[in-house]
Structure formats: structure tokens, C-alpha cells
Design a protein around this ligand. Sequence first.
Ligand SMILES: [Zn+2]
Length: 343
Amino acid sequence: MANFKKKILPLKLFSCVMKHLLVIVLWGLLSCCTPGNGSLLSAQDYDFGCHLHYLASDSLQGRLAGSRYDSLAAVYIRSTLLHCGYAPLCENGWQQFEYNAIKRSTNKQGTRFSRNVVMVRTPYDTSASAESIVLGAHFDHLGLGGWSSYRSDTVAVHNGADDNASGVAMLLELAKKITQYPAPLKRNVVIVAFGAEELGLLGSNYFVKNLPPHTGKIVLMINFDMVGRLDTLRRLEIGGLKSFAGADSLLHAIPNPDSLTFFFPPKVKENSDHAPFYAAGIPILFFHTGLHADYHTPDDDIDKINIPGMHAIAHFADSLIRWAVTTEEPPVFQQTGFARKSQ
Ligand SMILES: [Zn+2]
């Protein structure tokens, strides 16, 4: 069965790339000949498979932060957003940062570089009073393993289909959906794909401390990390319920046509890229379908991703985002503190 996967993957990748090219060409044609914001495409549902097949393929070698494969993933994310009509919010859409890490080939400590991809929906408000929401997901993973793998004695591609190709696929497809919202919106939509999350939330920490000009006041950050394993009970964890006033009633009022079963942790966990935002006094929500036996192992593969489950999550997230960009009164931050590690 392993050989089957190796043989079939290039074919899938090829058809995925061709499909992507076709969509880009069609998108260009439609945007040339339709007024407004591409409403002819509104009948399209989400296409998670294409992003997952590329990001979680062996060809990206587990997207280790600082590697050329990490850069390939970043290029893919940026070009997908560009083709959806997003613009770079900082220089060319890249926000490079440096950090110290041990280089695997030499086993020596040295300076490494990774980057965030930072894009904004156009048109956007550049005034001093501009507000924004940030949607984020990290794109790096563990490469061939290493200290944070649960099979640290094994050298094998850790594809990270759930962690976090699923979150990036969700981010890109929601970003595409947002281009169809009727303009004008009350606040900017900033899309950030974070680098080096697996090394300790490096990209998101850097972003929060080095906000690009025209980011505006961030009134809500929504993070997607591991959203590809919705189980048979349809359990979706949403963190940050107490990070702003009224979140509880809001999340219960949003339509839930796909019968998701929500779990709201009582306190914010420091386990993903929403944490630096929350520490900086920004309301957050964190979407997550939970840990599993394949977490941080080479078995976190695309064949275990629940694509219909991702559709269900996207339907709910889309309603939430529509509320966030249209509500008169933005969320007001509440400080309740981080959860202890055991919570
Ligand atoms: Zn991880």
C-alpha cells in the first residue's frame, strides 16, 4: 500500500496543479467580464483537497521551518491569495524573521530564517481609525521528524496533513469566500499564514510585535490549527469563549446547519498561534478538531482527513466571519488568563 501511495501521488499532484491553473485562468476571465466581486463563482463550494494534496505531499518533505520546502509552501499560499484578489500587506506579502536553531546537517546552532505570509482583502481601509480581523493558520511542520516528533527515533516525512495543512486549506478557502462578501465591509480582513509555529509560535509572536503598517486595530483573531479530523461525534473545539464579552451567546446564535458538537474550553490555551494575540489583549477564537494518535508522527496523512467535516467547519466559520466584518460594535477583550498546561 505504501508503494501505491508513492505512485499515485504525482498523478494527483499533477491533476491538482492543472486544476489550479484552470481555476486561475477562469477566475481571470470571469473577473474581466463580470461586474462586482465575482459573484458568478459563488456557487462554488470549498476545494480543500487541492491545497491538502500539495501541502501534505511528500514533495514538500514535511515543511520544516527554515527549509526550502517551507518556502515553497509560503510561495504557494501567497500566490493563491494573490489570485483570489488579496494584496500584500507588507513588502511583497512576506514578513521575514530570524531565529536560532540547530542545523540538522551540521548539528550546530546557527541563525535561521522563516517568514509569515501577510495579505489583505482589497479594497482596504488605510486610515488611522481602520479596524481589522486577522485569520491565521501555520504552514510549517516537522520535516523529517526531530525532537517534537512522537517517533523521534525515526527519520521519515512528517506530512502534517492535519497539522496544519488542514488549517491552511481552511484559511485559503475561507479567504476566497470572503472576496464574495458584498462591499464595503466594516473592517479589513488580514490573512496571515504563520511560519515556525512548531518551534514555539515564532511567526505569530513576531507578527504581533511587528505589525505591518495599515494592519489597523485588530478586533478579533481567528486561528485554525488542526481542523481536519472531525470525528463521528462531530466535535469541534473552539477556544477563546471568554476572550471577549458576548462570545458565548454569539457562538450559540450562529446557525449550525451541519450539527457540529461544540466544546468550549474554559480558558485560553497557549498551544498555537492565537496565544500571542491573546497575550497582547486581542479577542481570539481558536478552531481545532483535537489531538489524535497520529499527531506529530509520519502517519498524519491526507487519507485520514475528513473533508466533509472541513466543509461543515467552514460553513460555521464563514457565518462567524461575516458577523465579525459587519457588526457595528466590535468584540471587547476580556482578560481571564491562560489555562494551566494540564487544563
Ligand atoms: Zn504541530
